[in-house]
Design a protein around this ligand. Structure first.
Ligand code: SF4
Ligand code: SF4
Length: 481
């Protein structure tokens, strides 16, 4: 049989950036610039008849046979091409082995300090959300047990994080203060850094709380949806009044009194809101946030607030528009604080290869007000049974089983998808809300995700070519926390 090489279509993606041919190597999530010979070989191997190396040696007379052999060998090693005599296995997509988890390497604890919230945002998806009067507060004992559980489950980590969540976390400041005091002493004993953060609607902030956050270097994200008209559509008080004015007054106070870390804005995009450029402009330039992140809602509990399919497309188109602005500014050495894009650049820069979509249930768990262990903050109060509790002990076996099942891509569309090591099947909660099954991949926006990642790869190559020093200074300090 004549030896013919064929491209393994699921293991690489060739991308043209200006006059360059780049290759995204799927198994390692690395981006390479292809030399002319490699590009030609891959293109020929991708044709119906495949690539006969003998034939190519004749047609590329300028190249030595050795050059061609060496390049072919490299491409075979990378599993980008395979020989027709190498068997079916050589053409199978490369997927990570499903490893058995012996312990859960927990480093982040999300504490739901109060199920109550002083606002009544119309789209709010929180499953355990209560009005202020009915809010159920976590006790200090539960919080303390949560910290001890994390340390027992996962000792000897280089750093740990505690994230305060709600409802509105500021509605239980006494507990936050107690936890900070306890954790600081406890982690100092161990000589390990502990980091605190929270997401707040900002309305309960005052100078004294801001000073406390400054002192303990809290990471702070504020939930705000954009300019007044957009924000006040949904982010309202229990009496139905818009909160923009109150929130922006508090943001001003925060910006004045706090500079320990960059302050982020977290925007929820729901029905009818697709122009992220306008929102980014307002939050970045007018209100002074260092970072603005967008969370499109496609499978919220209240379905009338979900973005429609067309709206979601419009959101991604708008993200690409702001992404282009990010590229132009990055070339000039400036970061415009567009978190979604910056996260994508960070993942590409670091070659992050994900066997799982996020740290939920593995590096991080969320503890509900009564001590139940949940995959993440979005599952507290949901019908998905908790994985044990901080009182009776974590259900390590159940959690490991959940993670191992999701790691196994057999018989899913993800096993052959070219962004499988970046998306890894998508958010568990999104799947839970959409398909009632957190294990199901988020198939409803795969094409948009793939377009977004392709845009990101091109953007990365473009930025790197024009300003190779952009990434490190902007990525390293961000990871410092
Ligand atoms: S969910 Fe869709 S986009 Fe994500 S890895 Fe699976 S198939 Fe690919
Ligand atoms: S499961 Fe979804 S919401 Fe929860 S941490 Fe992961 S990506 Fe975020």
């Amino acid at each position: 049989m004549t030896k013919v090489l064929k491209k393994v279509p699921t293991n690489s993606r060739t991308i043209a950036v200006n006059d360059k041919q780049m290759m995204f190597h799927v198994p390692t999530t690395s981006l390479f610039e292809l030399d002319e010979l490699s590009a030609q070989l891959i293109e020929a191997a991708d044709s119906e008849s495949g690539l006969s190396v003998d034939k190519l040696t004749q047609s590329l007379s300028a190249q030595t046979a050795k050059d061609i052999d060496d390049t072919v060998e490299q491409l075979i090693q990378l599993k980008v091409v395979a020989s027709n005599d190498a068997g079916v296995q050589a053409f199978e997509p490369d997927n990570p082995e499903v490893t058995q988890l012996e312990n859960i390497p927990l480093t982040t604890l999300v504490l739901n300090v109060n199920t109550g919230c002083n606002l009544s945002c119309s789209y709010c998806y929180k499953e355990d959300l209560d009005t202020p009067a009915n809010g159920q507060k976590m006790s200090f004992d539960t919080a303390k047990k949560s910290i001890e559980m994390m340390l027992a489950e996962s000792p000897d980590q280089p750093r740990y994080n505690i994230v305060f969540f709600g409802g509105e976390p500021l509605s239980n400041m006494p507990l936050i203060r107690e936890v900070v005091e306890y954790a600081q002493a406890r982690f100092a004993e161990l000589n390990v850094p502990i980091d605190f953060s929270l997401t707040t609607n900002a309305t309960l902030l005052n100078e004294e709380i801001i000073e406390f956050f400054q002192k303990h270097k809290f990471g702070i994200a504020v939930s705000i949806d954009g300019p007044k008209a957009i924000h006040d559509k949904n982010r309202i008080t229990v009496n139905g009044n818009g909160t923009y004015k109150a929130v922006t007054r508090k943001i001003e106070l925060l910006m004045k009194g706090y500079n320990a870390r960059p302050i982020g804005a977290r925007v929820t995009l729901t029905k009818g809101v697709t122009d992220i450029e306008e929102i980014w402009q307002h939050l970045f330039h007018e209100l002074g946030f260092a970072e603005v992140g967008f969370a499109p809602v496609t499978s919220g509990d209240i379905s009338e607030y979900n973005l429609s399919e067309d709206e979601l497309k419009a959101v991604f188109a708008s993200m690409i528009k702001v992404g282009r602005h990010y590229i132009d500014e990055a070339k000039a050495g400036r970061n415009i604080g567009f978190s979604n894009m910056h996260q994508l650049m960070t993942d590409i820069h670091e070659g992050t290869k994900k066997a799982l979509p996020c740290g939920a249930g593995i590096g991080m768990v969320a503890i509900d007000h009564s001590g139940g262990v949940n995959l993440c903050h979005r599952f507290t109060g949901s019908d998905l049974p908790a994985f044990g509790s901080v009182i009776d002990g974590i259900d390590s076996e159940g959690l490991a089983g959940f993670i191992e099942t999701r790691m196994d891509r057999t018989n899913t569309g993800c096993s052959t998808c070219w962004i499988r090591n970046m998306c890894s099947g998508g958010c568990y909660h999104e799947s839970y809300a959409r398909y009632n099954d957190p294990q199901n991949p988020t198939y409803h926006y795969c094409d948009l995700m793939r377009d977004w990642v392709e845009f990101g790869l091109k953007a990365y190559a473009e930025i790197n070519a024009a300003n190779p020093t952009f990434m490190d200074p902007f990525i390293t300090p961000r990871r410092g926390h």
